[in-house]
Design a protein around this ligand. Structure first.
Ligand SMILES: Nc1nc2c(ncn2[C@@H]2O[C@H](COP(=O)(O)OP(=O)(O)OP(=O)(O)O)[C@@H](O)[C@H]2O)c(=O)[nH]1
Ligand SMILES: [Mg+2]
Length: 191
């Protein structure tokens, strides 16, 4: 697909506020600080569209973006961020499980893994959760620009060996744009 326009729609903190299921939704999930918001900005070519931060836990709401007037990209809060209260973690857990588990409009989940530490325990739990709900998901290995060639090969192998249900694995750099066209091509199959 080619992105011709992208606009922020709304932030949702409660499942009852989700927009109507008028368009297919591609969801971006992953550990806190893995680069979800940066990926959205890179894909759309709009630097400030999704708020990014070097402090983990920046995205605390489900954020909806409308693409080409016919598709939603959905930026969801990261998991695995230690410095939040139990009560807050429970609230996020319920929000994410309720959304990712039940939402019929979800066409694809893009699971982001940090290239330098792919498939930590919380990531493997997420893969299990997606498989349990029969959600098709593809993997993006983020921050590829930080790797040596040897680390790159290792990251791909390690990911492929544990992400058996993944539809695709794409190496990505939001800094250089590497992986952008490859990822957008994959999306076409789910729309
Ligand atoms: N070098 C490099 N840094 C990146 C890349 N993608 C993201 N970052 C940096 O990683 C940090 C986190 O990026 P975000 O996009 O805010 O991460 P997030 O997954 O949305 O984080 P939360 O909203 O907290 O869950 C920021 O400092 C980004 O600049 C990348 O491809 N390469
Ligand atoms: Mg974010």
């Amino acid at each position: 697909m080619k992105i011709t326009n992208a606009a922020f729609v709304r932030s949702v903190s409660d499942l009852s506020d989700l927009p109507e299921e008028s368009f297919p939704e591609i969801v971006f999930a992953g550990r806190s600080n893995v680069g979800k918001s940066s990926l959205l900005n890179s894909l759309t070519g709009r630097k400030g569209l999704a708020k990014t931060s070097s402090t983990p836990g920046k995205t605390r709401l489900i954020n909806y973006f409308l693409l080409n007037d016919n598709l939603y990209f959905v930026d969801i809060p990261g998991y695995g961020y230690a410095a939040v209260s139990h009560a807050e973690k429970d609230a996020w857990g319920r929000l994410l499980a309720g959304y990712v588990g039940d939402r019929a409009a979800i066409a694809l989940v893009v699971l982001l893994l940090d290239s330098r530490h792919p498939a930590m325990k919380s990531d493997r739990d997420m893969m299990d959760f997606l498989a349990y709900h029969d959600r098709p998901y593809g993997i993006v290995l983020t921050k590829d620009d930080k790797l040596t060639q040897k680390e790159r090969t290792h990251a791909k192998r390690a990911t492929a060996s544990c992400a058996l249900n993944a539809e695709f694995i794409v190496s990505y750099s939001s800094v250089s744009g590497k992986g952008k066209n490859e990822l957008l091509d994959h999306f076409d199959r789910y729309l």
